[in-house]
Design a protein around this ligand. Structure first.
Ligand SMILES: Nc1ncnc2c1ncn2[C@@H]1O[C@H](COP(=O)(O)OP(=O)(O)OP(=O)(O)O)[C@@H](O)[C@H]1O
Ligand SMILES: [Mg+2]
Length: 498
């Protein structure tokens, strides 16, 4: 598209000559004006691509003043026409940022060069300006902090993110050495680290911060950061400065630290449960030896032993039995804590399972306690983990027996609750009871009530039972009154798996 040009020249003949020269060169002349005021008016109306402006105009306003008014309102290149290129006029003309001038008289070739050059320069400058404002917007809206320095490391630019992180305003920081504004220390030792900008200025290569570098901001706060620093190239002149891009790593570091702590915790847990199971297994063998040896002693010693000695042997065997139980409990608890207690539900019939369990008790208990077993008749087959269910019930029964006097009655019951689709187990005793204030802690590992200290126990039974109940998505509750008795209620969801 040919450029539209406005000619401002107070000599009418000259104006016409220039206009016809321009038209011959292929430009469109949108008009001529003979005064500054007329020129401004015509620019407003015709919006030319370029103005040819005579420096000397008759009237109030000369060409330079008219040009500067036009420039202040329009983005239009102006080429001055001047009869004499005196320094003073040229200097004034330069101040209005004209894109060239041409000295009268001129031929059409010179006119063309001046016009083309001005149009071209204007175009290039316009593109540069768009690019610059694009870059500026980009840098301003970036979340990453950006600081640029000159070739001596003095700050020339900071974006708002950099202002935020360092605590310095761009205006204050500008011209300061970057090491003063971007103060970097080793996160671990707190000692200053080699500044990447110094490094870049020496090597002229991209430099990165070491891992775990922190920035000390203007308030003295420590902010972990990540960064990269690159040399700014300026063609021909070599390195023109450095740009540092950095960002806040606090949030990342936080989650990194948490992650590490979690991993350590998991490792420790793993080790603990490994340790527990190894130790328990190692205990089992010598315990088995002790038990067998004591049985053999009793068997072979026969007549040689009096009652007192048999009593000793019995005590050995009781203790072995206790230790065995303890080892089993610790082993299970270890698995519970490592979350490795397997949950394998299968269809079970509750009635035979309970009968089975009670038979074991009646063998062991002889006549010390009476266990009364009741249940609702309509309990259907349900999906539960047999091993875990046995752990639950045997722990509750053990307690009921242990914490109630010889000859006491222990009640075991289960009921199928149709409306809730649950099976409710109850183990009830008429024993020593549990102090109200201690009931809340009952299910914690190793917790033992104050009134139970004289009786053997580790405080693991209920913790294990609770975990087994939870694996079934069930609940366990206790009601108890001192010296009256205790009832444990276990509610497990009834599941009929298809
Ligand atoms: N039926 C009960 N009557 C009175 N107190 C009870 C009863 N059941 C539990 N307790 C109290 O709760 C505590 C925790 O019980 P838990 O079964 O966890 O441990 P324990 O019986 O002491 O030891 P073990 O690990 O050998 O079972 C007991 O020490 C006791 O104080
Ligand atoms: Mg117990």
């Amino acid at each position: 598209m040919e450029a539209k040009i406005l000619v401002v020249e107070d000599e009418v003949i000259v104006a016409r000559t220039i206009a016809s020269q321009l038209m011959q060169l292929g430009y469109t002349v949108v008009g001529t004006a003979s005064s500054g005021a007329a020129a401004i008016d015509k620019v407003n109306r015709t919006e030319p691509d370029l103005v040819l402006m005579d420096v000397m105009l008759k009237g109030e306003m000369d060409g330079i003043t008219a040009a500067s008014q036009i420039c202040s309102q329009h983005d239009i290149p102006i080429v001055f026409l001047t009869a004499y290129a005196d320094e003073n006029t040229l200097q004034r003309a330069k101040n209005t940022l004209p894109l060239g001038y041409i000295v009268k008289p001129f031929n059409s070739g010179e006119l063309r060069v001046a016009v083309e050059l001005a149009l071209f320069k204007h175009q290039v400058e316009k593109e540069l300006r768009t690019n610059q404002s694009y870059l500026a917007t980009l840098l301003h809206s970036m979340n990453d902090a950006v600081i640029a320095t000159d070739e001596q490391g003095l700050i020339t630019f900071m974006n708002p993110a950099a202002e935020g992180l360092t605590g310095w305003r761009e205006a204050e920081a500008s011209g300061k050495d970057i090491t003063e504004v971007l103060r970097l220390v080793d996160e671990v030792t707190d000692l200053p680290v080699e500044h990447p900008v110094t490094q870049v200025l020496q090597t002229q290569e991209v430099a990165f911060l070491k891992e775990f570098t922190a920035l000390i901001n203007r308030n003295g706060d420590r902010i972990p950061i990540g960064d990269s620093a690159s040399p700014l190239y300026r063609q021909l002149e070599g390195i023109g400065g450095v740009v540092v891009v950095f960002w806040d790593m606090s949030a990342y570091r936080q989650s990194e630290l948490l992650q590490k702590a979690l991993e350590t915790e998991q490792e420790l847990n793993q080790l603990k449960s490994q340790f527990i199971s190894t130790v328990s297994h190692e205990f089992r063998n010598p315990l088995a030896v002790i038990r067998t040896a004591s049985e053999l002693l009793e068997l072979r010693g026969g007549e040689m032993f009096d009652d007192r000695m048999r009593g000793y042997i019995q005590r050995i065997r009781d203790s072995v039995q206790q230790m065995n139980q303890l080892m089993e409990d610790v082993l299970i608890m270890g698995r519970v804590e490592a979350e490795r207690l397997p949950f394998n539900p299968a269809p079970i019939d509750l009635e035979p399972l309970c009968q089975d369990l009670l038979e074991e008790y009646s063998l062991n208990l002889s006549d010390s306690h009476e266990i009364i077993f009741t249940h609702s008749d309509d309990a259907p087959e349900t999906w539960m983990d047999k091993t875990l269910l046995r752990l639950i019930l045997s722990n509750l029964l053990n307690n009921a027996i242990k914490y109630s006097p010889t000859g006491g009655r222990v009640h075991l019951d289960y009921t199928y609750v149709l409306e809730q689709q649950t099976i409710v187990f109850k183990v009830q005793d008429q024993g020593i009871g549990i102090p109200q204030s201690e009931q809340a802690q009952l299910f914690e590992s190793f917790f033992r009530a104050s009134n139970a200290q004289l009786l053997q126990g580790t405080g693991l039974g209920l913790a294990i039972a609770k975990r087994c109940v939870e694996l079934h998505q069930g609940q366990i509750e206790v009601t108890s009154e001192l010296d009256v008795g205790t009832t444990f209620t276990v509610i497990l969801p009834y599941t009929a798996k298809v």
